[in-house]
Design a protein around this ligand. Structure first.
Ligand SMILES: *[C@@H]1O[C@H](CO)[C@@H](O)[C@H](O)[C@H]1NC(C)=O
Ligand SMILES: *[C@@H]1O[C@H](CO)[C@@H](O)[C@H](O)[C@H]1NC(C)=O
Length: 223
């Protein structure tokens, strides 16, 4: 048996403490909502858009706090005068913004089979119609049809946080509290968040569905 030398214990404690600090500083990411305050939402803030020629209950249900939205590839647009792709979406109303730092939070679920569907977006921009499009292709989430944001999202609930720093011109996406993607925005505009299903221009499944619960909007606290 080797007796530990007298300095060994304090040294070990110091190393343990330093490692704990390192863990706190490096490995525990701050929650994306830290420093933000929630904006009160009521059901009136959630406007539903659906193919104009079908009743809402044929494309949307709300049960046990879960919004379920679905659409078919050959559905009509939300408005008879629109030439856009079919959608069933929640457009968050009453909290449009044009400056400051804003955040969307929601728990999303996409069933296996849904592909080529935008499940969340920031509508509005100085250039183009949207600032951010998050699409599911074969279970992976992409920025439009480009950058990979997250993989393997079918058939599970995930927490989505989107921070739009309009003043800083940046958009950041978090899945389950972990930052997955950041990009420049497309300039200020009449900006608002949406979630649901909106068919991409190409490579879409016939049936598209996403589910959402605990939808929240936050605004960064003034510092
Ligand atoms: C999705 O469904 C297909 C066809 O049934 C199956 O081959 C695939 O493994 C499923 N993917 C996941 C992630 O469950
Ligand atoms: C559609 O899928 C094909 C085959 O995977 C691919 O080559 C093409 O780039 C995709 N188109 C779009 C617009 O994503």
């Amino acid at each position: 048996m080797v007796e530990p030398k007298s300095y060994t214990l304090p040294f070990v404690l110091l190393v343990v403490l330093l490692n704990k600090f390192k863990a706190i500083l490096c490995y525990a990411p701050a929650d994306p909502t830290y420093g933000f305050s929630p904006v009160a939402l009521t059901p009136e803030n959630l406007e539903l858009q659906r193919p104009y020629d079908v009743p809402l209950e044929e494309r949307y249900s709300y049960e046990n706090g879960v919004h379920k939205l679905w659409v078919y590839a050959d559905d009509k647009p939300h408005d008879p005068n629109s030439l856009t792709q079919p959608r069933t979406e929640i457009r968050i109303r009453g909290v449009d913004y044009s400056s400051g730092v804003w955040q969307f939070e929601g728990y999303g679920f996409v069933p296996n089979g849904t592909s080529g569907a935008t499940i969340a977006q920031i509508h509005g921009a100085a250039h183009g119609a949207t600032t951010l499009i998050l699409r599911i292709y074969n279970g992976d989430m992409r920025y439009y049809s480009f950058d990979l944001v997250a993989t393997d999202l079918y058939d599970k609930w995930f927490r989505l946080n989107i921070i739009h720093d309009v003043d800083g011109g940046m958009v950041t996406v978090f899945i389950d509290g972990v930052q997955k993607f950041a990009t420049k925005d497309k300039g200020p505009g009449d900006l608002y968040f949406k979630c649901g299903v909106y068919a991409a221009p190409a490579n879409i499944s016939y049936y598209m569905e996403s589910r959402w619960r605990d939808i929240k909007i936050f605004k960064k606290c003034e510092s």
